[in-house]
Design a protein around this ligand. Structure first.
Ligand SMILES: [Zn+2]
Length: 167
């Protein structure tokens, strides 16, 4: 999708469903990393805009690169003071692997529904069987609804946990 944050919605819901198994930050990082490709191609007028990293093979490699970066970043964080949003420095490798993989593969799947220039199974096939099977507005609404539902679950869980600690 040209607007990457729509991809974060399903990530918020997956994280809400399994907070210790799925890193939301790794999910989002994989989505952003993959869309760097489309941004680069758009800016440089290159076609297809959605190329190698928008295939399952390319997205898997992008996820593996992020997963490989995680231990190095944690080693850096032990030496120099790095920002720690969503307590990423406290994550183990498992939720990072699951979050990055789900983020990468869901990115290709969702983009395949709406972009004609994607070949998700490249280099083995140039066809995109998912194109157009879901109307665009329904796709955007579903992604946004997943995000709202995920945040709602996280919010309610946080309020319940605070109430239990307080009472
Ligand atoms: Zn994309």
């Amino acid at each position: 999708m040209p607007f990457t944050p729509f991809h974060f919605g399903p990530g918020a819901l997956l994280h809400a469903a399994a907070p210790r198994q799925v890193s939301f930050l790794a999910f989002c990082a994989a989505n952003v990393a993959i869309d760097v490709e489309s941004l680069y191609n758009l800016v440089n007028h290159r076609h297809p805009v959605h190329a190698f990293f928008h295939s399952y093979l390319g997205a898997t490699l992008a996820a593996l690169a992020l997963i490989g970066l995680f231990p190095a970043l944690r080693r850096c964080a032990a030496r120099i003071r790095l920002p720690n949003p969503l307590d990423w420095q406290g994550l183990s490798l498992r939720p990072v692997v699951i979050g990055a993989a789900l983020g990468a593969w869901s990115h290709v799947a969702l983009d395949s529904l709406m972009h004609a220039d994607i070949a998700p199974l490249a280099p083995w096939s140039g066809r995109n069987h998912l194109l157009g099977i879901v109307p665009l507005d329904m796709l955007h609404t579903a992604c946004a609804a997943a995000g709202v539902l995920g945040l709602l679950i996280i919010g309610v869980r946080s309020v319940v946990a605070t109430a239990r600690r307080g009472g």
